[in-house]
Design a protein around this ligand. Structure first.
Ligand code: ASP
Length: 348
């Protein structure tokens, strides 16, 4: 196991100083940050989610100079297998903890694969202005130059910082602080694996310093009209590409989905075969949201498709995976008509 320490501030020498440090709950869910490989040079052939939260914390002694940590093992999953009931459990646990006076902030350790989805879900369903910060790692805990320990220290540093309050759910990764709504995984292997395309990070964290360089504009947390539920509307994603058929859409309609997000080409444009099937889905009461597979930029309403005429909704700057999160929450909250759903997508 990696037991590297960081060259961080020396522990407070004033008697009693430690008891005034912020209280941060660290909720572990698994991922590569808790991964172990057969040898230290192996950074891809590892098992995710096998190192417990106590071991993760023990690898970073400097944490005790930043916060009083309350660890919890919520799950031990590879986040590629993230499931909706676990989302419910995680969001409910965070809301319970933050409602008490005993917790000043929460850090969630998570796999990188679906981190952007979990972060956005929490951004919309956490009912507190206390900091919630997700972090992860690209290299397992057993690796040479594991990135998890420093990411964890930085995440706790951000969660313990007064400036993080009211910023919604944050992602601290590789020294940058990202907004949950904007952040996406952009590399399959690089340590600098997360970006906020076009818009950039919110700020940075380094050597105990935290700086925000811009604010969060869209509604989140206390201003969000959404609540975590145990019933998740069935929403799936389909992609548009050369030669695509309508088979997937027809199968989803037959399966009884409530919504379909399209990972369209370019400005959310959709192959005519798929578009016809999706227009028929709308006429059966299924919500259809146009997003883009491009990876940055926005989808213009009535741009590449006649949304008004076809009953489609534009996802704006949300990628298909985040658009699916918002569509599930919106449908669960009773928004069904295209105009109402478009308002939701324009707000969050
Ligand atoms: N498959 C891993 C996960 O998402 C990848 C990672 O954490 O980097 O749990």
């Amino acid at each position: 196991m990696n037991t590297s320490t960081s060259s961080l501030p020396t522990p407070p020498s004033t008697p009693g100083a430690t008891s005034s440090l912020p209280r941060i709950a660290v909720l572990a869910t698994g991922g590569t940050i808790a991964g172990a490989a057969p040898d230290a040079a192996n950074t891809s052939g590892y098992q995710a989610g096998v190192v417990g939260v106590d071991q993760l914390l023990a690898a970073v002694p400097a944490l005790s100079t930043v916060a009083r940590i309350a660890p919890e093992q919520i799950a031990s999953v590879d986040s590629k297998d993230m499931a909706l009931p676990l989302w419910t459990t995680l969001a409910q646990r965070i809301n319970t903890l933050l409602a008490t006076d005993d917790v000043d902030g929460v850090v969630v350790t998570h796999g990188t694969d679906t981190l952007e989805e979990t972060a956005y879900l929490l951004h919309l369903t956490v009912k507190s202005d206390k900091p919630v910060v997700l972090t992860a790692a690209m290299r397992p805990a057993s690796a040479l130059s594991a990135d998890g320990p420093l990411n964890l220290l930085n995440a706790v540093t951000v969660a313990a910082h007064a400036a993080a309050r009211g910023q919604g759910v944050l992602v601290a990764f590789n020294n940058r602080i990202h907004c949950a709504r904007d952040v996406v995984k952009t590399s399959t292997y690089a340590v600098d694996a997360f970006q906020s395309p076009e818009i950039g990070a919110l700020g940075w964290v380094q050597d105990g310093r935290v700086e925000f360089q811009r604010g969060v504009v869209r509604a989140h947390t206390l201003a969000s009209g959404f609540a975590i539920d145990t019933v998740w509307p069935h929403v799936e994603i389909v992609a548009s590409y050369a030669g695509v058929s309508r088979i997937a859409v027809d199968a989803l309609v037959a399966a009884g989905v409530r919504g379909i997000v399209v990972a369209g080409t370019g400005n959310g444009s959709i192959h005519q075969a798929l578009q016809q099937a999706l227009a028929e889905a709308v006429s059966r009461g299924i919500a259809v949201v146009r997003s883009s597979r491009v990876g940055s930029g926005h989808v213009m309403r009535n741009g590449a498709a006649a949304d008004d005429a076809l009953g489609f909704v534009s996802a704006g700057t949300l990628n298909p995976y985040k658009a699916r999160v918002l569509l599930m929450l919106a449908l669960a909250a009773g928004h069904a008509a295209p105009a109402a759903l478009q308002r939701v997508f324009d707000t969050y």
